[in-house]
Design a protein around this ligand. Structure first.
Ligand code: NAP
Ligand code: GLV
Length: 308
């Protein structure tokens, strides 16, 4: 019964070292050193192809190294193969930090002051209280809930929107298409933490962005495929939107010459909002493999019909 890791090789060596320390009873191999293909029961990867998986006739579960599983190409995988996304505290904490940084930077005008500094301009802007910046998070899953918990503690009025209306202490919950406009109308900083699925691709387009109040800002830490870049740029240029913090793009890396590179109101990072932290992710994987051996439910199991 072997776990096969197939992703970044340098990180694979660290996964293997920690796994062997913590679960010496479960063989762990780093691709291409897969050993006997018949022994491979678990694969953990960021991307796979159906041909790659077909080499392992006794594969029982496909784990993703990340929280988002869109890179696995779900549609081409055997429908009966269980797919499990990564849930681990290091990944959650990284996202909480990044979104907090972005929301505070927008709220305290850090981007406006950077532009003023570049222009040699000394000019105080009104200092707002947290109560004056309403934050709205798209997606109330593992990451969205953690982010909301931290932001609410600053005193930002927080709301969450998801497929089903979320019930979170101290957070206004909105659910489904019918409650989307009300959610957007009360949101000054919109944070996208949706998974990328056929239903959510292109979600951050004119229809949603224009429904935000004038002067609102956007933080996209979901996936590049959520955002329709020309719509965002038009709304930034017209002054409807103030700032866009963009951590994910489509494609990645962002091609040279793309308008995001030089737009003064686009604040770009190369998909680093959060990263799976190997020491805690190893424990999460071991726990899930042990649960699977025991026939117990797996946290992070993807619902193949919903695509997340
Ligand atoms: P999750 O726990 O699966 O939560 C997903 C949330 O999105 C749920 O609340 C779900 O609603 C909602 N949702 C899904 N489809 C929807 C739809 N069509 N309409 C409305 N709501 C919908 O996921 P997570 O662990 O929080 O991760 C979210 C995403 O963050 C990942 O998929 C990945 O794309 C992104 N991510 C980015 C980075 C980065 O570094 N930039 C790092 C990690 C993750 P229900 O609750 O009603 O089911
Ligand atoms: C990173 O983007 C992840 O989905 O974990």
């Amino acid at each position: 019964m072997t776990i096969l890791y197939k992703s970044d090789a340098a990180r694979g060596a660290e996964w293997a070292r920690l796994h062997r320390e913590r679960a010496p009873d479960i063989p762990f191999r780093v691709w291409p050193d897969a050993g006997d293909p018949k022994e491979v029961r678990y694969v953990i990867a960021w991307t796979v192809t159906p041909d790659f998986l077909a080499q392992y006739p006794n594969l029982e579960v496909l784990f993703c190294t990340g929280a988002g599983i869109d890179s696995l190409g779900l549609g081409a995988l055997p429908p009966s193969l269980p797919v499990v996304r990564m849930i681990e505290p290091g990944l959650v904490e990284g996202m909480v930090e990044f979104v907090t940084m972005a929301v505070l930077s927008i709220h305290r005008d850090a981007y406006a002051y950077a532009r003023q500094q570049a222009a040699g301009q000394w000019k105080a802007l009104p200092v707002k209280t947290a109560a004056q910046t309403r934050v709205g998070v798209l997606g109330a899953g593992v990451l969205g809930r953690a982010v909301l918990g931290r932001l609410a503690a600053f005193g930002f009025p927080c709301a969450a929107w998801s497929r089903t209306r979320p019930a979170i202490d101290g957070v206004e919950g909105y659910g489904g298409e019918g409650e989307l406009d009300a959610f957007l109308a009360r949101t000054d900083v919109l944070v996208c933490l949706l998974p990328l699925t056929p239903d959510t691709r292109g979600f951050l387009a004119r229809r949603a962005l224009a429904a935000l109040p004038r002067g609102a800002s956007v933080v996209n830490v979901g996936r590049g495929g959520h955002l329709v870049a020309p719509d965002l740029l038009e709304l930034l240029d017209s002054g409807h939107l103030a700032e866009a913090v963009i951590d994910v793009t489509d494609p990645e890396p962002l091609p040279a010459g793309h308008a995001f590179w030089s737009h003064p109101r686009v604040h770009l990072t190369p998909h680093i909002a959060s990263e799976t932290q190997i020491p805690t992710a190893v424990d999460a994987l071991i726990a899930n493999v042990r649960r699977h051996r025991a026939g117990e439910p797996l946290p992070g199991l993807v619902d193949r019909s919903r695509g997340y």
